[in-house]
Design a protein around this ligand. Structure first.
Ligand SMILES: Cc1cc2nc3c(=O)[nH]c(=O)nc-3n(C[C@H](O)[C@H](O)[C@H](O)COP(=O)(O)OP(=O)(O)OC[C@H]3O[C@@H](n4cnc5c(N)ncnc54)[C@H](O)[C@@H]3O)c2cc1C
Ligand code: SF4
Length: 326
């Protein structure tokens, strides 16, 4: 591991000031991703600003919104009574991620900013535009079975690995950030980025910006929800494909739907056209299959991940069936 300086912050502004002024500095929360990347030499920050003592771990209710602090632990959020009652989809997605030990360390902000699991990103002997801009993308012609179906570019075809973020984009969450220029709010769907020509940037954050909280509006999605995750073994593995589904159903007719896929794009992939296709339809497998066809419009596979063209719609249909049966 490279040498680094360690700083412990007790006030958000102090943490922001250090990272904003020093391009080699990074915030560290649970460390479950950043420390791994540093051990492997993939990321080499020269200063770590420990944010664990900042007062940002509360889960609280405000004006029909649930506000979750950026330092709330994944396990605390998943087990919180308000989250389970008001946003059960989020609890399901969190519990599908990582292991209990990791969830006890991982924070909400860190989970959103965890980096891709593309194997070439971790392999310092291979070209990777995300790790080292301008070197190329080994995955384009390499083993790309884990890679994207939507929104990829010729610079990067990686996918975002977070389970929690798939639920948050479906639930219309908002991200609260503080930075050197003040506070701002971003719709969750605008937080993560497509790779384009700058795959080294995973999120629309400016230098020194600190995630302080995530807000989720109350909605009718407390009953018919499901998070379906397909992975290569029963636990402790990242998603090949996942689906977050929330339905509002009355008399077997779908009044509203919120859908997103994970493991298919550089960002959690919301499905607005498929949501529209479900509204006013009966909650039947035929409706779900039609919506899944709509969801897959524009998908493009690479040499080794064509299996996802069937896996993704099937996962979505299974999630819809489970959610509607609840
Ligand atoms: C073996 C293993 C299996 C895993 N399986 C899964 C899985 O199945 N699903 C899943 O979703 N995840 C999985 N994970 C990933 C895990 O969830 C993440 O490592 C974790 O959520 C990161 O949170 P952290 O607080 O430890 O972040 P850190 O490692 O501390 O930080 C990660 C990044 O976020 C930045 N950061 C942290 N907090 C903030 C903030 N408030 N504002 C701005 N920047 C911030 C840091 O600078 C860093 O760049 C797995 C991890 C491991 C090691
Ligand atoms: S897909 Fe992205 S992360 Fe993977 S090698 Fe290509 S540029 Fe790097």
């Amino acid at each position: 591991m490279n040498q680094f300086q360690y700083v412990r912050a007790t006030k958000p502004q102090a943490a922001i000031d250090v990272v904003a002024k020093d391009p080699t500095a990074k915030f560290i929360a649970g460390g479950t991703n950043l420390v791994d990347l540093m051990k492997r030499g993939v990321m080499t920050p020269q200063k770590l600003v420990d944010i664990n003592r900042l007062p940002l771990n509360k889960i609280e209710s405000q004006n029909n919104t649930l506000r979750i602090g950026a330092l709330a632990l994944n396990s605390a959020v998943a087990n919180d009574a308000q989250v389970r009652a008001r946003q059960p989809l989020l609890a399901l997605a969190l519990n599908a991620g990582a292991s209990p030990q990791l969830r006890n360390m991982a924070t909400v902000g860190g989970n959103m900013l965890q980096r891709t699991r593309c194997a070439y990103f971790y392999d310092l002997s291979m070209p990777c535009n995300k790790r080292e801009p301008g070197t190329g993308c080994a995955a384009l012609e390499g083993i790309n079975r884990m890679h994207a179906l939507f929104g990829a570019s010729d610079k990067c075809i990686a996918v975002h690995p977070s389970d929690m973020s798939v639920a948050l984009v479906a639930l219309d969450a908002t991200v609260l950030v503080s930075g050197p220029k003040g506070d701002r709010r971003l719709a969750f769907g605008d937080f993560h980025r497509l790779p384009g020509d700058t795959p080294e940037r995973d999120a629309n954050l400016e230098a020194g910006e600190l995630i302080t909280a995530v807000e989720i509006p109350d909605g009718p999605f407390t009953k018919h929800v499901h998070y379906q995750k397909v992975r290569e073994r029963a636990s402790y593995a990242f998603a090949l494909v996942s689906a977050a589904v929330a339905l509002d159903i009355e008399n077997n007719t779908i009044k509203a739907a919120r859908l997103a896929l994970g493991g298919v794009a550089h960002k959690p992939w919301r499905l607005p056209a498929a949501e529209q296709a479900l509204v006013g339809q009966p909650a039947t497998e035929a409706s779900f299959r039609r919506a899944a066809e709509v969801a897959m419009q524009g998908a493009k596979a690479f040499k080794h991940n064509a299996y996802k063209l069937r896996l993704a719609p099937n996962t979505l249909v299974q999630a819809l069936k489970t959610a509607s049966a609840a």
